[in-house]
Design a protein around this ligand. Structure first.
Ligand SMILES: Nc1ncnc2c1ncn2[C@@H]1O[C@H](COP(=O)(O)OP(=O)(O)O)[C@@H](O)[C@H]1O
Ligand SMILES: [Mg+2]
Length: 167
């Protein structure tokens, strides 16, 4: 797990940018556990990366850190579109506050009209942490997002995972 917690690079301007490398799904779950500390509600984040990059795997770690679900309970919302998990904040200043984790997959959604039928507006509460796979397909989402987590597939099981927070 060595490198999973160690940023390769950190920039501190008005944006938070952190880059990590993982070498297995287990390391990506551990990284999700760490990143959960930075994801203070309310937030909307796009999870960007190819099929199989590890977006859902990362959510397993985030959900686990929040006590919202065990990794094996977090499955891809490819067909169900939205999964909701209730957990508790792990961030120091808001320790124990309720977090509503919404894991959304828009792979199969075509066009803004179809997106509107999901009623995502209703999910945006002060407690919400909304993680959206394939959210970059929709300008209406990227414009309103608080950042993104980009997962790049490198040779073998290596993944480069970049967190960008802030605007
Ligand atoms: N470093 C890694 N991080 C995450 N997943 C990995 C890694 N190496 C291999 N994998 C495998 O890649 C797949 C990622 O699947 P998944 O998380 O569902 O991707 P996505 O949601 O991006 O389509 C899983 O089969 C997982 O075991
Ligand atoms: Mg997925």
């Amino acid at each position: 797990m060595s490198d999973a917690k160690r940023p390769d690079k950190a920039e501190h301007t008005d944006k938070t940018v952190r880059v990590f490398t993982t070498h297995s799904s287990e390391e990506t779950i551990l990284l999700g556990r760490e990143l959960a500390k930075l994801l203070v509600p309310p937030k909307v984040l796009v999870l960007r990366g190819d099929l199989g990059a590890g977006k859902t795997t990362l959510v397993k770690g985030i959900a686990a850190a929040l006590g919202a679900a065990e990794p094996e309970e977090v499955t891809s919302p490819t067909f169900t579109l939205i999964h909701e998990y209730a957990g508790r904040s792990v961030e120091h200043d808001s320790l124990g506050n309720t977090v509503l984790l919404y894991h959304i997959d828009l792979y199969r959604i075509e066009g803004q009209r179809q997106l509107d039928t999901l009623g995502m507006e209703d999910l945006m509460t002060p407690q919400s942490l909304i993680l959206i796979e394939w959210g970059e397909k929709f300008p209406s989402i990227t414009e309103r997002s608080d950042g993104e987590i980009v997962l790049e597939t490198l040779p073998g099981d290596e993944r480069r995972i970049t967190l960008r927070l802030g605007s």
